[in-house]
Design a protein around this ligand. Sequence first.
Ligand code: 5AD
Ligand code: SF4
Length: 480
Amino acid sequence: MKEKRNITIIDKKQIPSEEPARQYYFMDIAKKYVAELAEQKGAPLTFCVTTFGCQMNARDSEKLVGILEKIGYVEAPDEKADFVIYNTCTVRENANNKVYGRLGYLHGFKKKNPYMMIGLCGCMMQEPTVVEKIQNSYRFVDLIFGTHNIYKFAELIVTALESDSMTIDIWKDTDKIVEDLPVERKYSFKSGVNIMFGCNNFCSYCIVPYVRGRERSREPKEIVREIEHLVQDGVVEVMLLGQNVNSYGRNLEHPMTFAQLLQEIEKIEGLERIRFMTSHPKDLSDELIEVMKNSKKICNHLHLPLQSGSSRILKIMNRHYDKEHYLELVDKIRAAVPDIALTTDIIVGFPGETEEDFEETMDVVRRVRYDSAFTFIYSKRTGTPAATMDDQIPEEVIKERFDRLLHEVQTISAEKAGKLTGQTLPVLVEEVNGQDASLVTGKLTNNSTVHFPGTADMIGTIQNVVLEECKGFYYIGRLA
Ligand code: 5AD
Ligand code: SF4
């Protein structure tokens, strides 16, 4: 049992029942508690939010940071902070193990710091067995919450600060979307924007539908309004986020397609670049390809997860497309947008994968020639259909296939890198180069990295750059 924090508990009257008013009410209370503790400590309370996993989590973390800063916490450079939060991922088993390992190390800090709190949130916390394990073996954790109630963070902080035991709040699912809470963006010039939450696809290996719940799309006018505000605030590039953006809008009161949403976003003045992820091949429409072809703002990049090149395996994965359909889709996209960069996700060692199945994957990789590919070793996720399938593949077989795939993917990436050498293209400048301060570093619309001589005041601007030379996976250029 931990000691109760030394704060004067505030008697709560007239708590608003509506969101987000309720959370702003709790932010006010939390702010008073944080100020009181800072006075006792003789220094501001500090926080550190560590993010595991995908861009969805990265965006959620910006929301956590927004609230922490609003209530008076100051960002710390590392995890020796007064409030450490792990925003977790559970898509593969090793993500979970990493969190357990690091919790042990955090415990050491906590023993030395009476003000320290530890919070855990994100996908991993949606798994009942994980929460049980933390309750039993990591009793020093102060706060656990899930993916559906992240908007309640302010309220949960108040509960945790007032409590002398572990605060746990996990919801199984929700149909609620709460907007207009504070967000602290990591970059001034680009931002993720959630367009939908959850996933309905139930690919047989994947735990996401179980931990992120059913698919919910945000209202298009809310999305447009958020982007307009971001643009007013200096953002020139947005990344539209969803587990399967191609099924956006189906559950709205007035249904709308993703392609239609993109056209609305395209109209926003001052917005220069639109990215999105992730696209599911089964839902990628001709309408979307047409919109991409005609757009001036949609970036020249498509992430199109393949998962496997074997039609037999794709069926068992519940992906609803086959090898031929995928290859046709790639042809259609390339015909419409000839120089588009294609990237993908591939899983090696799905239960029952034979050498022939694996060769089908290699065949797709050789035919599509991805600009880059994320390759994953199949990870058994308890509760998913694939976890109980017969014929789980031995580790050494998977490892050998994985190495072969990685080699193929890397060889192709290397051959493709540099294909734009000599061209003059727009680069969004993101930072001063870490190694050489006379250079700045930015991105082409196809997501390739470019370094060129420049200054810090270019950050957030788009510059035309001559791509003079390709070194490995990046270009060296000069201002046109
Ligand atoms: N094992 C390995 N990789 C997985 N992915 C999702 N679930 C698993 C799993 N159980 C991969 C998929 C997905 C990416 C985000 O993670 O390739 O596209
Ligand atoms: Fe997982 Fe498939 Fe949903 Fe992607 S589409 S999150 S792989 S279930």
